[in-house]
Design a protein around this ligand. Structure first.
Ligand SMILES: C[S@@+](CC[C@H](N)C(=O)[O-])C[C@H]1O[C@@H](n2cnc3c(N)ncnc32)[C@H](O)[C@@H]1O
Length: 306
């Protein structure tokens, strides 16, 4: 479960400000693509549909021209979540669609904490951990393996997105590392605490792994996508906020709202979610512009040689 009463927070569960700020980035992309009349935001890992609701409500109120062009699609493998999403987004009628598979689209593929939730294989130093049974208990069993890709599922999802994105961007927000060797382990969380083993609270605990951003970029590049930007969430949101037409829209988002200010602090602060999360944007069939997307205005130059 996500949120204060659940197992962990996400950017989305912090409050509506995250989606509201993202609207500025989405809208800039729509403008860059020449304001297509049929512009898709395709979200994957949409959970209960809260991000979609925050985006649609805000776009409708503040960016009506963009809202008119927008079609929101959610690719949801879990029927129970689709039901929740349908209930939450009922007011938007057929503006929101639930395709059964990825279909060709122009626009943005968006995800927040999707890649970290994908299955991984626990491989290190030539051995892989499998799950076995010892009596009635689950245990790890180690077996030697040849070179095998640990994050195959995440890479295959990039293949799918690349094959269906006709023109536009993929924006993925998640926690991970760019190049560094990292502990290829899973993080198990329940009730805002780390658990020692994935065999605790099976079916209730949240099991994730850090995203290995470089392998995601390389897979996308192999399909002809370009890296349009990579930065941490702190710098990403700073870029967006700086562009809010001389600050007045941010002012009006935050004005007299201690709640919105608290949300911004949580999303933004380096010791809260600001540094823990990174943002990757990939682009396909987009004319390269001199200026980066607004969210990457303050991003450091990425070393593309690694
Ligand atoms: C950590 S939650 C993030 C939820 C939401 N994006 C947020 O930020 O609050 C991960 C979500 O990814 C979903 N998920 C995992 N694998 C998926 C897949 N292959 N396709 C679509 N959703 C998936 C899970 O059901 C869950 O809703």
């Amino acid at each position: 479960m996500i949120g204060r009463k659940g197992d962990y927070f996400t950017n989305v569960s912090v409050g509506p400000l995250f989606g509201q700020l993202l609207v500025a980035q989405f809208c800039e992309i729509w403008e860059r693509l020449g304001k297509p009349a049929d512009f898709v935001i395709l979200e994957q890992g949409a959970h209960d549909g809260q991000f979609a609701l925050d985006v649609l409500e805000f776009a409708q109120k503040r960016r009506p021209e963009f809202f008119d062009a927008l079609r929101y699609r959610i690719l949801e493998p879990f029927p129970i979540l689709e039901q929740q999403q349908r209930r939450k987004l009922e007011a938007f009628g057929d503006k929101v669609e639930w395709p059964h598979s990825l279909e060709p689209f122009t626009g943005i593929h968006f995800s927040n904490e999707l890649l970290d939730a994908m299955p991984v294989r626990l491989i290190s130093n030539g051995t892989e951990k499998f799950v076995g049974l010892d009596g009635d208990k689950f245990v790890f069993v180690e077996r030697p393996v040849d070179k095998t890709i640990f994050n195959q599922a995440a890479l295959e999802s990039i293949d799918q997105i690349a094959a269906n994105l006709q023109r536009g961007y993929m924006i993925a927000i998640d926690y991970g590392v760019l190049d560094e060797e990292f502990e290829r382990n899973v993080q198990v969380r329940a009730r805002h605490r780390n658990l020692d083993s994935p065999f605790e609270q099976i079916g209730y605990a949240d099991i994730t792994t850090s995203v290995h951003w470089r392998s995601i970029m390389q897979r996308a590049q192999a399909h002809g996508l370009r890296v349009a930007g990579f930065t941490d969430q702190h710098h990403f949101l700073t870029g967006i906020i700086s562009q809010f037409e001389s600050g007045d829209r941010t002012q009006s988002l935050l004005a007299n709202s201690p709640k919105a200010k608290r949300e911004l602090q949580t999303l933004f602060h380096p010791e809260m979610l600001g540094r823990a999360f990174q943002v990757l944007a990939l682009e396909k069939n987009v004319v390269r512009e001199t200026n980066p997307l607004v969210g990457f205005k303050f991003a450091r130059q990425l070393d593309e040689s690694s």
